[in-house]
Design a binder for this molecule. Structure first.
Ligand SMILES: NC(=O)c1ccc[n+]([C@@H]2O[C@H](COP(=O)([O-])OP(=O)(O)OC[C@H]3O[C@@H](n4cnc5c(N)ncnc54)[C@H](OP(=O)(O)O)[C@@H]3O)[C@@H](O)[C@H]2O)c1
Length: 163
């Protein structure tokens, strides 16, 4: 699979839970602020279900919403509706990065092509039915951005396979 300059950004609990009933299972403002800051002004790729659960979209971001529904539309100028993974740009341009922002289906469908993962590890368990895929054998830990008793925020890079 061709690797792209995509960054998957997610928060997961100890059991890899990321969502419950189309919502986040937690309310952790410092992680939400991290997400907003990291992705501000960039391209955000989002599944239709997560998109519909979002309370706010920001004018400085460019949103690519994935749906298989050919009749799905948005009247927001910075929202582009796309229907397959191949329509996501391989790399950003003009300083914009491509952030894969979930949910579960979109993480699973794209992780094989992501170069970087920014993972917030939440150090407890929550009820939930949506998960982040296993990635540990394909990525190595490059940096810990932040750590406290509640969360850690880590950057992973894809392991480059030798020849
Ligand atoms: N913790 C985190 O960091 C985080 C981040 C984001 C989301 N979440 C959580 O994740 C949950 C939602 O995840 P989810 O898996 O249910 O939904 P999702 O990934 O947000 O959206 C799924 C939808 O995306 C479209 N889709 C999926 N694969 C596609 C493909 N290959 N081509 C075109 N369209 C495609 C389909 O839309 P149609 O049905 O319209 O065809 C599908 O129903 C929520 O609980 C949310 O809060 C957590």
């Amino acid at each position: 699979m061709k690797e792209c300059e995509w960054i998957s950004i997610a928060a997961m609990d100890i059991n890899r839970v990321i969502g419950s009933e189309n919502k986040l299972p937690w309310n952790i403002p410092k992680d939400m602020n991290w997400f907003k800051t990291a992705t501000k002004g960039h391209i955000l790729v989002i599944g239709r279900k997560t998109f519909e659960s979002m309370k706010k979209i920001y004018s400085e971001n460019e949103y690519y919403i994935l749906t298989r529904n050919r009749n799905y539309t948005s009247d927001q100028v910075n929202v582009k509706v796309i229907h397959q993974i191949e329509e996501i740009p391989d790399t950003g341009s003009e300083g914009k990065k491509v952030w894969i922002c979930g949910g579960s289906e979109i993480y699973k469908a794209t992780i094989g092509k992501c170069k970087y993962l920014y993972i917030t590890q939440i150090k407890r368990t929550f009820e939930g039915n949506k998960y982040f895929p296993e990635f540990e054998s394909d990525f190595y830990l490059e940096q810990v951005f932040y750590e406290d008793e509640e969360i850690s925020i880590k950057k992973y890079i894809r392991v480059t396979k030798g020849v």
